[in-house]
Design a protein around this ligand. Structure first.
Ligand code: PEP
Ligand code: MG
Length: 821
């Protein structure tokens, strides 16, 4: 029992037989009268981070490892909290011994929260013999940190007398000579800094709770030269000793570093005092590391036996893996930021600004690198996006068109940069600071931070081998949840395989229709005014679709491929540009006015809730029939030549009633029977239903009777559960998150309370009706670590996400397994 419990508020002063009682006598408030009973760093295992803060716990652990750590007295979190709350002075008399110098160090419960810097050499005064320069430095440091005097007041002062005079001038008081007075003021200053608004905001941004705890360490100063040592490179994560101590000491450091690494299970930077060949450790902080280095360090720690493989897997934030997959801006690069928006797709790229998809394609044809800047993108921009190196949009949120497509393409993307003024006609982009950018101006998009930077910036390339590959192997060995990719094109599918996706969980077939050679056929099909004309256009689309599916099946080589039947409202395929309308009118041999009128008939007030998804399949069944035929003919063709048989999965979007599934299923079954009969080939297929509407979630028991699998489209399900447009949410999402309406953007990380409850209920009802039901999730949340963990706990079979997020999902799935066992 250390006795700190008896630290109690009092209105009576308790006089102590120390030099310091004189301070207390002038003050009303708390009195710390149990100094001798306070815990010490040398108490070892008794010093837990919860009560004494992470720094104290670490120093205590280093002492327990047999390393030389100066002892110190500890003010625990609860005591400090009461001091803070009461805003009182306290007697620290027992914590200092005249003539002995101490350092005051902050020890927050989690080191990552930061905390005020240490105040060293407390106790230094006229009666303590030190070199005049050292004394001068202390007076200045004390004045700046404790009394908030401007450092300039001490500039050029060399003598102790001059420093003391400056102190008197600036503070109106003599420089305190009493160690207790110094310590008391230092504690007060440290608590003032800890409580400051900026410190609170900073630590809350790092995940600290509003009542984050701070403990304090009053540590004996060690004699000697103070130096620091780092044992790993913060950028590469590779072992490398960097030390500013003399050569007599350097030889000892690798041994000390190894002892700490193995003892504490991580690499630490240390601050130490070296005197006569003795190293005394004053402080140890987890080695600084960037996202890439964190992977190398975790893998090396596990390989050296300092931690287990499971621990290594848990050490890496899955989101950090993204830094390996794309070029990133160099950590030390200068950033000339001209706009900020949402970090919609990570990585960085430099190029010349273009304002249209056509201009992007033209640039790409010339072999030039460009950045596509749009108000927001639409399906017509896909080819321009493919041609660009990065995308910047003024509007849009995390699941807007630009964001989803860019993540799929692995293209850096910033969306919702709403401070920008875009004038597409004049081809100018004006930043908040009035800087104007024109077509051809070079900018860099940092999709990892959500910033646009003027000019070209130094980059570091992608890094997929070495430690990254090792960590991924370990993750695969550990995870149970399947990870597939959302892939619409052969290029996506190849990337997905490269990242070891276990199949395609969502192929959005609509994206296949935007290629130049097919968009007009698609438009003819949409604008046909008779079933016969529609069938004729579909006949021309059939071989194109079949070839698409064959290529996907070939690339995925026997892995499951889930093909979603056409989903978006048809008007999305129609031209809006006058030139495109004329071209189409010519191709269809129709007057422009008639074509425009027909397109107008397709317009809907609320297309996302209109004629889309399965509704197309019910009302215009020939579209889905063509797609089903293309899927099955491709299956037969590939099965003839491939060693691994294809078993395609056909998925119906935006279902809300089981009857929709029954109608579509009957037609698809009939097409399958026809293709089998025509080709004389047997094949199987699995039919799945997307759960994207709250009603589908509620009725999943019915749906599960007709479906082999349910795949949760959590983009639409989030949109419909909240009644929140996924394309417009960017406008207020930042405010909503900032004001705590949403803890996070629900399009980014699954809303566990609302949408999550629907998922759990649907999973349970679905499995109750069909115990063999396979459950997957294919919304953007499939690449979000917290949502992946939820899917594992909810008993899902797989998640499917953008190809570039497959490694994130693999690691998150492994962590979910480790944490649930
Ligand atoms: C979804 O809604 O979650 C989904 C995967 O489909 P899309 O994003 O294409 O609407
Ligand atoms: Mg959807």
């Amino acid at each position: 029992m250390n006795g700190e419990g008896r630290f109690a508020p009092t209105t009576q002063l308790q006089h102590k037989p120390t030099l310091l009682c004189c301070i207390a006598t002038q003050l009303q408030g708390m009195v710390l009268d149990q100094g001798p009973n306070l815990a010490r760093l040398w108490d070892g295992a008794a010093i837990h981070a919860d009560r004494y803060g992470e720094r104290a716990a670490r120093l205590a652990a280093l002492h327990s490892l047999g390393l030389d750590v100066p002892d110190g007295r500890l003010l625990p979190v609860d005591v400090v909290a009461r001091l803070v709350a009461a805003d009182v002075q306290y007697n620290v008399g027992d914590l200092v011994v005249p003539g002995q110098l101490v350092a005051l160090r902050s020890s927050p419960q989690a080191a990552a929260w930061g905390g005020p810097s240490a105040i060293l050499n407390i106790g230094m005064g006229d009666a303590v013999a030190v070199a005049p320069e050292t004394y001068c430095r202390f007076i200045q440091h004390y004045a700046v940190t404790v009394d908030r005097v401007d450092a300039e007041a001490f500039e050029g002062l060399a003598s102790v007398e001059a420093c003391k005079a400056a102190y008197l001038e600036e503070t109106g008081a003599e420089f305190p000579q009493d160690a207790g007075v110094q310590l008391q003021a230092a504690i007060k200053a440290m608590l003032r800094d800890w409580r400051s608004r900026s410190a609170r905001i900073l630590r809350e941004a790092k995940g600290a709770p509003s009542d984050a705890g701070l403990a304090l360490i009053v540590q004996n100063m060690a004699q000697g030269e103070v130096a620091t040592a780092r044992f790993v490179d913060a950028v590469s994560g590779e072992a490398r000793l960097v030390c500013d101590a003399g050569s007599d000491i350097r030889g000892q450091l690798p041994g000390i570093g190894a002892a700490i690494t193995h003892g504490l299970g991580d690499v630490y930077d240390i601050e130490f005092a070296a005197e006569k060949g003795v190293v005394r450790i004053l402080d140890a902080e987890k080695a600084k590391r960037n996202a890439r280095a964190s992977v190398t360090i975790a893998v090396d720690l596990a390989k050296s036996g300092a931690i287990s493989r499971d621990e290594a897997l848990l050490r890496v934030d899955p989101r950090n893996l993204i830094e390996h997959l794309h070029p990133q801006i160099s950590p030390g690069a200068v950033r000339d930021v001209f706009c900020s928006g949402m970090a919609a797709s990570p990585g960085a790229a430099t190029g010349a600004i273009v304002f249209s998809a056509e201009a992007a394609q033209a640039m790409a044809l010339q072999g030039l690198e460009c950045i596509l800047v749009r108000g927001e993108t639409s399906p017509e921009d896909i080819r321009g996006m493919q041609a660009a190196r990065a995308v910047l949009t003024v509007r849009g949120g995390m699941t807007s068109h630009a964001a989803v497509i860019a993540r799929g393409l692995g293209l850096p993307c910033v969306v919702g940069a709403s401070d920008l003024k875009l004038n597409s006609k004049r081809k100018t982009l004006t930043a908040l600071d009035r800087r104007m950018f024109r077509e051809g101006d070079v900018v860099t998009i940092d999709g990892t931070t959500g910033q646009g930077l003027a000019g070209a910036v130094a980059m570091v390339p992608a890094a997929l081998g070495g430690s990254f590959a090792t960590l991924m192997e370990w993750a695969d060995a550990r995870r149970e949840l399947g990870v597939r990719a959302n892939a619409d094109t052969p290029q996506d599918a190849r990337v997905a395989r490269g990242f070891r996706a276990e199949g395609i969980g969502l192929c959005r077939t609509e994206h296949m229709f935007f290629e130049e050679n097919r968009i007009n056929v698609m438009r003819e099909m949409i604008l046909a005014d008779s079933t016969a004309d529609r069938r004729a256009a579909l006949e021309r689309l059939l071989p194109i679709q079949r070839a698409d599916f064959e290529e996907l099946f070939d690339i995925m080589h026997g892995l499951p491929v889930t093909i979603r039947l056409l989903d978006p409202p048809l008007h999305e395929f129609l031209p809006s540009d006058a030139v495109d309308i004329q071209d189409l009118a010519k191709a269809m041999d129709l007057p422009v006015a008639l074509l425009t009128a027909r397109a107008g008939e397709l317009a809907e007030v609320n297309p996302m809730l209109g004629m889309r998804g399965v509704r197309l399949g019910v009302v215009m069944p020939e579209i889905y029939e063509m797609q089903a035929r293309a899927i099955f003919e491709a299956t037969v063709a590939v099965n003839k030549r491939a060693t691994a048989p294809v078993e395609p999965e056909v998925m119906i979007p935006l279902v809300s009633a089981n009857r929709e599934v029954e109608l579509v299923k009957a037609r698809i079954d009939a097409v399958a029977a026809l293709v089998r009969a025509e080709t004389g080939s047997a094949f199987n297929y699995r039919l799945g239903v997307m759960v994207e509407t709250p009603r589908a979630a509620l009725r999943s028991g019915d749906l599960a009777k007709s479906a082999a699998f349910l795949s949760f489209g959590t983009n639409d399900l989030t949109q419909m559960t909240y009644g929140l447009s996924r394309d417009d949410a960017g406008r207020f999402m930042r405010d909503y998150v900032h004001q705590g309406v949403f803890p996070e953007d629900p399009f980014h990380t699954l809303d566990l309370e609302g949408v999550g409850e629907l998922l759990l209920m649907a999973a349970q009802r679905g499995r109750a009706a069909n115990p063999d039901l396979v459950l997957g999730l294919c919304g953007e949340h499939g690449g979000d670590p917290a949502s992946v963990r939820f899917c594992k706990l909810a008993g899902f079979d797989y998640v499917s996400c953008s190809p570039f997020r497959v490694p994130i999902a693999r690691l998150a799935a492994a962590q979910a397994t480790i944490l649930s066992t």
